[in-house]
Design a protein around this ligand. Structure first.
Ligand code: ZN
Length: 306
C-alpha cells in the first residue's frame, strides 16, 4: 500500500505557473490550503479546475513532466487506507514514478484534479490571472490577512501560514466561502451519497484555525451566510465540551439540510453511495425544533473583538 504526498511549495509554484501560462483557471484545495490558512495538516494536493478545462489542465501537467495515472481509483499509491478525501477525476505522479513501480510504501508525489462542480460548486470559475483585490471568492496565498508563515525548522510539508509575496502567486479560495462549501458538502453526505469523513476533517481543521484565532474572526465571519453562521456558532462555542458541540452540530446539520434543500442550494450528490442509516426524513423531523432551542446558546465566536 502506498501513500500519496502533496507537492512541495516549489512544485506547487511550478504547476501554478504552467496553468497560468496555459490560461487554465485553477485554485488549490484540501490540506495544502488548510496549511496556508494556519493548520499543520497532513498530505493531499487537490486542485480545482473548471469542468470544461480539465482536459487542458491534464495536458498542461503532462507537458511539465507529470504522468496521468490511468489506474485511477485503484492506484496503489492512492490506497492510503483512511478514505480521507474524495476520489479525483484525474491524478498524476512524477514521470519516473510509473517507470519504477511498485513503490514499496514510499510516499509518492501525487496531484489530484477535481472538477469545480464537485468541490466548489457554488463558486464562479477562478480568474485566469490574479484575483481582483475585492474578489469575493478567491485570493492569493500571500494575502497579508492570512497568518504569518511558520516554517523552519519544520519540513515544507509541516509549515503553515501565508506564502511569501516574492514567490510565484498561488490562487486559493477565500476561507469563509470555502468553509461554507465544506459544511454544505458535509450536509449533503447526510443522505448517504458520499463518505462524510473528509468533509468532517476539513471542518474540524477550519474550526481549530478559527478558535486559535490564527485568522482574525472577521475574515471568517464577516458576511458568513445563513444557515452556516449558526452551524459555526455551535462548533465554536467552547463553553461546551467538543463532544457536546459535535452532537449538537450533527443535529443542526439536519435542519440545515432541509433548509438548503428547500432553497435548491444543496450541493450535487456524491458519486459513491455509502449508507443512509436511519431514515433521513425521520431524523430531520426529529430535530426541526432545534433552531428554537439553539437561541439559548451563547454565540461566542460571533462577538467580534475590536
Ligand atoms: Zn496513480
Amino acid at each position: 500500500m502506498g501513500t500519496e504526498i502533496d507537492l512541495s511549495s516549489h512544485q506547487e509554484e511550478e504547476v501554478a505557473y504552467a496553468l497560468d501560462n496555459a490560461k487554465v483557471p485553477y485554485c488549490i484545495w484540501g490540506r495544502p490550503l488548510l496549511r496556508i490558512y494556519g493548520d499543520s495538516a497532513t498530505q493531499f494536493s487537490g486542485w480545482v479546475i473548471p469542468d470544461d478545462r480539465l482536459e487542458d489542465a491534464s495536458e498542461t501537467l503532462v507537458s511539465i513532466g507529470y504522468r496521468f495515472c490511468q489506474i485511477g481509483e485503484e492506484c496503489d499509491i492512492m490506497q492510503n487506507g483512511n478514505g480521507s478525501h474524495p476520489h479525483s477525476d484525474y491524478h498524476f505522479h512524477p514521470d519516473e514514478v510509473l517507470q519504477h513501480s511498485p513503490r514499496n510504501g514510499l510516499p509518492t508525489v501525487t496531484i489530484s484534479l477535481y472538477p469545480k462542480s464537485s468541490i466548489l460548486w457554488s463558486f464562479p470559475d477562478p480568474p485566469v490571472g490574479l484575483p481582483e483585490p475585492n474578489d469575493a471568492y478567491y485570493m492569493l496565498a500571500s494575502d497579508e490577512r492570512l497568518p504569518c508563515h511558520i516554517g523552519a525548522p519544520l519540513s515544507p510539508w509541516l509549515s503553515w501560514g501565508r506564502r511569501s509575496p516574492e514567490r510565484y502567486p498561488l490562487k486559493i479560495p477565500k476561507p469563509i466561502k470555502y468553509l461554507e462549501n465544506m459544511v454544505a458538502r458535509r450536509c449533503r453526505a447526510l443522505d448517504g451519497s458520499e463518505d462524510p469523513y473528509h468533509w468532517m476533517k476539513e471542518i474540524y481543521s477550519l474550526v481549530n484555525i478559527m478558535m486559535s484565532n490564527r485568522i482574525p474572526n472577521l475574515l471568517f465571519l464577516d458576511g458568513v451566510s445563513s444557515p452556516f453562521e449558526r452551524y459555526l456558532a455551535i462548533m465554536c462555542n467552547d463553553i461546551y465540551p467538543l463532544s457536546k458541540r459535535k452532537e449538537k452540530a450533527w443535529e443542526y446539520l439536519h435542519v440545515m439540510y432541509a433548509d438548503l434543500k428547500n432553497n435548491f442550494a444543496l450541493p450535487p450528490p456524491g458519486k459513491q453511495f455509502f449508507r443512509a442509516g436511519e431514515d433521513l426524513n425521520t431524523r430531520i423531523a426529529k430535530w426541526q425544533g432545534f433552531c428554537n432551542r439553539l437561541a439559548k446558546w451563547k454565540i461566542k465566536v460571533l462577538e467580534h473583538e475590536d
